[in-house]
Design a protein around this ligand. Structure first.
Ligand SMILES: *[C@@H]1O[C@H](CO)[C@@H](O)[C@H](O)[C@H]1NC(C)=O
Ligand SMILES: *[C@@H]1O[C@H](CO)[C@@H](O)[C@H](O)[C@H]1NC(C)=O
Ligand SMILES: *[C@@H]1O[C@H](CO)[C@@H](O)[C@H](O)[C@H]1NC(C)=O
Ligand SMILES: *[C@@H]1O[C@H](CO)[C@@H](O)[C@H](O)[C@H]1NC(C)=O
Ligand SMILES: *[C@@H]1O[C@H](CO)[C@@H](O)[C@H](O)[C@H]1NC(C)=O
Length: 415
């Protein structure tokens, strides 16, 4: 009698234990599936079939297999925008296309821990972000809204890498070309002679900035409709999210140098002509950037600042991404970034980040030999900008200064 009772208790306990194990195991498999088994297409032109999934590999199998298929199809050079999902699903290439799983290379063994100083630095930057988001004296449009209230088109700067579980919010003029290159290398979506390109610097500039190379959040809704938000939130929770920022005023100088001091037809037509007409008494500015440079005409830095402060500018269209505030590009109060890099400490931060992402054996951050805009030039550049305009400009960018810990440039503003 007593033994059969004991036996029953054992059976019940054992079953409960097994169920517990299965739950834990499922969770594990779900997560590692995302990182380890994203199939890579063998050739650039082949539409990729959804990977055949065992039902137990994930708690949301249909979503995940869909994502994998979609990501691969999307990132393939040459295929451009995603095709109709119905086409992919009924496609008969699934038998032909050969699936190749690239095993993840072993993690690099580090004998020394990450320097305490670097960890402390990240801790402080994350803490500052939290404090500033909670502090009602820091006010900016959209601060109080929830993630669900952010329109899809404002999520176009979040690049997702499902293979490694990384989300990067790119900020133009903050080493974004190099980080985009790294995201392309990590996604292994760019094939060179049949193998994924591993050298970030070998990726051509035009390709780096071609949006079809990057799988961004705003592309989710095209395929997933009402499930898109749910998926985004799952990824935001599970993945490592990072961004790089720099001093906001120095970023503006850099944007001006890059887009208006160099000949850029597109920016000349879209922005320089407007500035010349409005602020430089040039009712009919030269028709092309070549003509303008030939006669030595281009908007001055002061015109550029005037353009930013002009209320008409935002009425015409939202700020161009090269000068749009980081808080509008990356939503730092809705997205809890795990890593906040500063361009001013780019090399140390890059090393730390790649190690934290456990990809420092796969890719190295390219060191820049370019003539970077230095903060020490700030006073020279702003010498032609009236103090009143500088103060207004500071108000426009103040949230970026405060969220990311850049000091108010008192020497410029208190003259
Ligand atoms: C981006 O790449 C796609 C496909 O690779 C190509 O069709 C398109 O023209 C490119 N866009 C730009 C702006 O270069
Ligand atoms: C698959 O494609 C081949 C031609 O490539 C065709 O003959 C065959 O009928 C197709 N099969 C299905 C199931 O669509
Ligand atoms: C919010 O910011 C203001 C101004 O910088 C500061 O004085 C105040 O202490 C902050 N409040 C909190 C709760 O951190
Ligand atoms: C955000 O909420 C705080 C109170 O929580 C309020 O003081 C502030 O005005 C709100 N800001 C905006 C832009 O709605
Ligand atoms: C970098 O650019 C600035 C201004 O554009 C120039 O004065 C400086 O000499 C340059 N430095 C180098 C090392 O090229």
């Amino acid at each position: 009698m007593g033994t059969s009772r004991m036996f029953r208790i054992f059976v019940v306990l054992g079953s409960a234990f097994m169920i517990l194990l299965i739950i834990i195991y499922w969770d594990d498999v779900g997560a590692s599936h995302l990182y380890l088994h994203t199939p890579v297409s063998p050739g650039p032109k082949i539409l990729h079939p959804p990977p055949q999934q065992k039902p137990q590999t994930s708690r949301t199998p249909s979503f995940l297999s869909d994502i994998d298929a979609f990501v691969n199809q999307f990132l393939e050079p040459g295929t451009g925008e995603p095709t109709d999902p119905a086409l992919t699903d009924t496609s008969n290439q699934s038998e032909k296309a050969e699936e190749r799983y690239i095993p993840r290379r072993e993690w690099k063994i580090h004998l020394t821990p990450v320097a305490a100083e670097l960890r402390e630095r990240q801790e402080q930057r994350r803490k500052l972000l939290q404090e500033m988001c909670a502090n009602d004296s820091v006010v900016f449009p959209g601060k109080n809204r929830s993630f669900d209230d952010i329109p899809n088109k404002e999520l176009d700067h979040l690049i997702v890498d499902d293979r490694h579980g990384i989300i990067y919010c790119y900020v133009p003029k903050v080493a974004c070309s190099n980080w985009k290159r790294i995201m392309i290398v990590l996604s292994e979506s760019l094939l060179q002679d049949g193998v994924p390109q591993r050298d970030p610097l070998a990726i051509h500039r035009d390709l780096v900035h071609n949006s079809s190379m990057h799988f961004t959040f705003n592309k989710f809704w095209k395929r997933y409709g009402k499930f898109a938000r749910h998926l985004m939130k799952v990824k935001l929770k599970k993945y490592t999210k990072f961004l790089f920022v720099r001093d906001p005023f120095v970023r503006l100088i850099s944007a001006y140098r890059n887009k208006f001091e160099l000949q850029n037809e597109d920016f000349y037509r879209r922005f320089a002509q407007v500035m010349l007409r409005r602020y430089a008494n040039q009712p009919t500015p030269p028709a092309s950037v070549d003509e303008a440079f030939a006669v030595g005409i281009h908007p001055s830095f002061s015109h550029f600042i005037q353009y930013l402060l002009d209320p008409q500018t935002e009425k015409d269209m939202p700020f161009n991404e090269h000068w749009r505030q980081v808080y509008r590009l990356c939503h730092p109060c809705q997205i809890q970034y795990d890593f906040v890099g500063h361009l001013e400490t780019a090399e140390e931060d890059a090393e730390h980040l790649l190690r934290q992402l456990r990809v420092d054996n796969v890719v190295e951050f390219p060191t820049s030999h370019r003539n970077l805009t230095a903060s020490s030039w700030e006073s020279d550049w702003f010498s032609t900008v009236p103090v009143e305009a500088r103060r207004e400009l500071y108000k426009l960018y103040e949230p970026d200064f405060r969220l990311f810990g850049y000091d108010r440039p008192d020497s410029l503003l208190n003259e």
